[in-house]
Each structure stands twice: as structure tokens, then as C-alpha cells.
Design a protein around this ligand. Structure first.
Ligand SMILES: Nc1ncnc2c1ncn2[C@@H]1O[C@H](COP(=O)(O)OP(=O)(O)OP(=O)(O)O)[C@@H](O)[C@H]1O
Ligand SMILES: [Mg+2]
Length: 288
């Protein structure tokens, strides 16, 4: 019979180790753990998203969600970890081209990526998108046969298009599935037009954010007014991209908003916290 309660001590042997799974970006240093040093405590970067966590990446269209997830995939694959990439939006052949470009730009061994990234194309398969059980059966098969370590679903919101009342149940089912199969996961969630860009909310409301272990919010701001232009020291019409860890219940994290760019190779380069970015561009003086 399944146990229904435990003394905390009985859970020791099953406790999850706290360490990072690298994304190949500065996010790796934005999650940390606290360690005792001398007579105080220090923050030690985790080196990635927490092992066995399920992290939600949300943001408006074109904010860089897929870029970040694909970078995570190629970086992990080049280190000989296996990734299951469930593509719900973009057909699998586009994924090939974009991962190849990233690997070349980052100087990674593409031959490793070719064999370590396993793709399920749900973009072309109605049954996978409409029937979570069918998709999970195939995912379980891949996880078992290919011994994957990480799962990316781009996007989880694409699995409840037209049935957002089901959001919670579907997200919970996939979340539990990844926990059961001991996978570190990334769920991408798209926003609806009415949702605030810099919030954790996405299609299905806060369903994804409430269930997952942590949320990363990507945002894209158009420098539209003279005020913006003066503040950011960027020409009107340019785009300022930002990234922020909105929350993580497994470990400590930086909670500032950071500025990033998408490089010509289609990778994420996190530059500095927004406040520093602004004051540096203002020549070190703060702007009233
Ligand atoms: N190789 C590249 N060079 C320059 N910019 C790129 C490159 N690849 C992607 N981008 C930029 O990244 C943006 C797309 O980001 P991405 O596909 O990650 O968006 P997304 O957040 O996944 O959007 P959606 O919700 O529509 O899927 C593009 O609009 C483009 O500006
Ligand atoms: Mg995308």
C-alpha cells in the first residue's frame, strides 16, 4: 500500500540534491544556495536552474522564450546530457536550423547535439495537442528508451488552446509526469494580449506559475517616447529586452530585472541589471 505519511527523517534518503543545470546564460548565476563560511553565510551560484525543477518561461511573442529554451537544449546536449524537446508551436525542421545556428555561434559540437536532442513534433500532430495521455505515452517511451535528463515543452499553453478552463489540470498532469520520471523541465507559456507583459501570468491565468517550481519572465519594451529615450539612452524605436526570475520555491535567486540582447547567432546574452544599465549609460550619474 502506498504510504500516506512520513516522518521528515524518513525522507532523507530521497531528498533532492540542490545543484544547477546550466542554461549557458547568466541565469546560471542568478539562482543560488546559501552556504556557511567562516562565521557567516555566503551566496553560492547554483550554476543553472535547479536540478529536477520545472521552470516556466513566459513572455509576449518574440520575447525570446524559444531562444532561451533552445540554448539550454544545445548547451546540455553538447555536455552529453539528453534532452526531450516537445515542439508544439514550431515544426521540428525549424528547430534543426535554429539549433545548428546556435551550436555554431557558441562553438559547440553539433554532432553531439544531433544525437542528444530528441524531438517530438506535436505541431503537426493533432492528437498530441488534443490528448495529453497520447503525448505522455510517447514522452514516457522516449524518456525510457533514450534515458533523457531534461524535458522542454514549447509551449505548454499550446496544449490547451481553446480549452483554458483545463489549464490547471493539464499543467499539473505534465508537472507530475516530469517529477515521476525525474526530469529537469522547462515549460514555455505564451501570454494572451490582455495580460501584463512583466507578470508571471499567461494563457490559462496563473495556472502555470502556481504549479511549477519557478517562473522566468522575458519582456520586450519598445522605446516609444522621448522620456524612454532619455531614460535608457536609446533611440526612439529601439527595443529593450529584459529578463527576471519571478519566483522559485526551491532555492534563492536574484530578483532584479536584467537587460539582455539576442545575439546575431540567436543566443541570449544577459548584460546587466536594469538599474546599472541605466546609470552606466547616464555616465554614472543617476537620473531623476
Ligand atoms: N539569429 C538571430 N539573430 C537575431 N535575432 C534573433 C535570432 N534568432 C532569434 N532572434 C530574435 O528573437 C526573436 C524570437 O524569439 P523567440 O522565437 O524566442 O520568441 P518567443 O518568445 O518564443 O515567441 P513566441 O511566443 O512567438 O513563440 C525574434 O523575433 C528575433 O528578434
Ligand atoms: Mg516561441
Amino acid at each position: 500500500m502506498k504510504r500516506e505519511f512520513y516522518e521528515l527523517g524518513e525522507l532523507e534518503s530521497r531528498a533532492v540534491k540542490l545543484f544547477g543545470i546550466s542554461t549557458g546564460t547568466k541565469i546560471d548565476e542568478m539562482f543560488w544556495k546559501v552556504e556557511r563560511k567562516d562565521d557567516g553565510f555566503i551566496k553560492k551560484p547554483l550554476g543553472g536552474i535547479p536540478f529536477l525543477s520545472v521552470i516556466n518561461i513566459t513572455g509576449l511573442p518574440d520575447s525570446g522564450k524559444s531562444v532561451l529554451a533552445e540554448q539550454f537544449a544545445v548547451v546540455q546536449a553538447s555536455r552529453d546530457y539528453k534532452i526531450l524537446f516537445v515542439t508544439v508551436e514550431s515544426p521540428a525542421n525549424f528547430l534543426y536550423t535554429s539549433m545548428k545556428a546556435k551550436a555554431e555561434y557558441l562553438g559547440l559540437d553539433f554532432s553531439k547535439i544531433l544525437k542528444n536532442v530528441i524531438v517530438i513534433d506535436a505541431s503537426m500532430n493533432d492528437e498530441f495537442r488534443e490528448n495529453p495521455k497520447a503525448l505522455m505515452d510517447t514522452m514516457a517511451y522516449v524518456i525510457r528508451e533514450k534515458h533523457t535528463n531534461n524535458v522542454i515543452i514549447d509551449s505548454i499553453t499550446g496544449l490547451y488552446e481553446h480549452k483554458e478552463v483545463m489549464a490547471r489540470q493539464i499543467v499539473r498532469t505534465f508537472f507530475n509526469f516530469l517529477k515521476k520520471w525525474k526530469q529537469t523541465g522547462i515549460f514555455i507559456s505564451q501570454k494572451r494580449s490582455a495580460q501584463i507583459a512583466e507578470s508571471a501570468e499567461a494563457a490559462g491565468g496563473l495556472a502555470v506559475a502556481h504549479i511549477v517550481d519557478g517562473t522566468i519572465v522575458l519582456d520586450k519594451k519598445l522605446v516609444a517616447t522621448r522620456w524612454d529615450s532619455n531614460l535608457y539612452r536609446m533611440p526612439v524605436g529601439s527595443v529593450l529586452r529584459t529578463i527576471r526570475i519571478d519566483g522559485c520555491r526551491l532555492t534563492g535567486h536574484d530578483s532584479r530585472t536584467w537587460v539582455f540582447e539576442i545575439t546575431p547567432g540567436g543566443t541570449i546574452n544577459i548584460i546587466s541589471p536594469l538599474e546599472e544599465y541605466i546609470s552606466e549609460r547616464a555616465g554614472g550619474s543617476s537620473i531623476e
